[in-house]
Design a protein. Sequence first.
Length: 516
Amino acid sequence: RGTIYFTRKDGSLVPAATLSSGYKIAIVPKKIIDPEAIYTALADVIDMDLTHGEFIARANKSGDPYEEIATHVSKELADQISALKLAPVSVYQQKWRFYPGNSLAARTIGFVAYQGNTLSGRYGIERMYNDVLNHADDASGKNLFAQIFSDVKSTVFQSSGLQGDVVTTLEPTAEQYLEKTLQGVSDTWHPDVVGGIVINPKTGEILAMNALPDFDLNSFGDVRDPAQFANPMVEHVYELGSVVKTLTFAAGLDAGVITPQTTYNDTGYIILNNKRINNDDKLDRGTTTMQQVLNMSLNTGAIFVQQKLGDDAFRTYMYKFGLNEKSGIDMPNEARDLVGNLTSPRDVEYATASFGQGIALSPVSAVRAFSVIANGGTLITPHLAKEIRYPDGTAKELTYPTKDTGLSSAALLTLARMMTNSVDTSLLGGSAKLDHYSVAAKTGTAQIAKDDGSGYYEDRYLHSIYGFFPSYDPQFLVLLFQVNPKSSGFSASTLGKPLLSLANQLLVYYNVPPDR
C-alpha cells in the first residue's frame, strides 16, 4: 500500500501512514501434544497477543491447522523463536499499516481495516484515496516499461490508473500546534467535541485539521464508539452563531448599503413574524455604528444589515459564499449545509440567518466561506492532497477549482479592518491582541438546537471563533469550535486566547514578517 505524507514547510516529506514489516507467530494445534510446554517456551521469548488461558484453549483445538498467537514481532525475536525448532510453531513474514504520528491528525488521515473480507481504507484520506494507495497485486506487478509503450500519452503525461503515494498539504508542526491548542481547550472547558482547521485562505491548502477526542491510529481497535472515527470538521453541520455575521457584513459592504460609520437605532430587540429576537444582553443602546455592532456582536445590527439588503439579495450573497453547495474537499462523507431557511417566505428566517441561527454549516464549508473575506473575493476549494507520486518516478500535481465571487476587494478589505479593530479594542478588552501582527477575527456563541426540533437548549452552547492573519495579507485562516463547553461564558473568553496564541505560533514558525 502506498504511503501518505505530511509536507513540512520546507517541502520535505514525513510519512503519516506507511508500511512496517516484521513477523507473526502461529501454532498448529493438531500437532501440539503438550500445550503448556509450548506456551512456556514461547512466553520466555515474546509477549503473546493471548492470555495463558486463551493460548491453551486454542492449542487444544484438535484438528485445527492454524492459530495466530503473536503479530508485529521483530526479526530478532522471530529468529529466537525459529531457533527453538518447535514443530508446532511457525514464523511468517508480515507487513502492516503503521502511523508514525500515532494520533496526529487521526480523524483526517483515517486508517486501514477489514470490511467483511476486504482490507481497505475506512476513513479519511485512507478511504478517499484508497484506489491510489491500494497497490493490488495485478497493479503493482505490471511491467511499467511495457505499459509506457502501450499507452505513452496516459502514462507519461498523466500517469492515469497507476497506484502511488499521496502527498498531503498537512504540515506536521502546524498540526501539533493545532492539536496542543485543542487539548488545552478540552482540558479547561471539557466540551463534548472540540475541533479546528488551519487553512491557507488563498490556495485552499489545509495545513492542519483534527477534532478531540481523537485516538491512536495504531490502536484504533481500542475505540469503543465508532462515531469517534468520523471527522466532524467535514461530516457534521453546526449552527455556528455570530461568526456568520461577517458574511452578512461582507454582503452589506459590497452592496453599498452600509459603511463602518452607518448607524441605526438599537432598541435591544426586534419583532418579526410575531417572533421577538433579542441581543444577548437585551440592552437598549440607541444610536449605534456598524463598527460597534461588530465589536459587541449585536443581533439587531446584523438584522439591520440583512433588511437593508432584502431577503432575495441576502440569499444571493450567501450563495456566493458557497453555502448552497458542498465545499468539494477531498474527504469522504462531506455533509451538505442546511440552509433551507434562505428560501423561506418568512422574513424572520432571513433575520436569524444573518447572525448564524437557523442555518447549519460544516466547519470546512465555513472556512471556505470565510476565506472569501480573507483573500479578497475568491471562492477556493479546501483540500488535503497536493500530489500523487507513482512507482515509475512520475508525479501528478493535483489542482482544484476556484471561482470569482464578484465581491469588491475594497469592501472586503474594509471588513478586514473592522474585524481587526474588534480584536484590538474589544476581544477580551484588547488584552489579547498581538503586538507585532494584525489579526482579523470574529467570535460566535450559539444555543444548541434540540434533536427533536422543538427549539434550543437553555444551558448548552456552541462556541466558535475564526481569524485570519496578518489581516491584510493573510497566510492563514483558523477556525476553532467546541460543542457544549462546561461554562456559562462566551466564546471570547474560552477561545479568544487560544486563537491568538495559535496565530502567534504559526506566524513565528513560518517566519512571516511582522506587519506592526
